[in-house]
Write a new protein. Sequence first.
Length: 151
Amino acid sequence: RHVLALLASEIVITVTNIPLASYPAVVKSVVPLIDQGKIEEAKAALQAALSTLVEERSVLPLPVLRAKLLLQRAETLVEDGQRSEASNERLETLLNEARQQLEMAELLGYGKKKDFEPLYAEVKKVKQKTAGGGGGKGWLDEIKAKLSKLF
């Protein structure tokens, strides 16, 4: 398990929330204890309230984030129907790298093969449409929507 954890490629964002329904009541109940000089009891009550904090974690797979960034870079080239040969090569490189990042996400277990197959198909479709210098607006909208839905 420890070895597998080293293979993770992700950002974990943890947000800690105070339960607003109960926390103010606990604070109000502690005030009389402090007034009575029962500091240790007040500390214990506050500590108990702190143990009710709620943590929410969001995991963002880095290969998926990279794929999204690569597709954003590719989008301006896809929309340009008058690309140079160098721009065509750059576009092909960006699309290939985006696919590689999606494959990496699949290999690292951030989804199942069936989750990624539609994404691979969309990348292939865009590559076919842009072959020979073709371009158009909205050609990456479908893959971006599928990526957002999946992650």
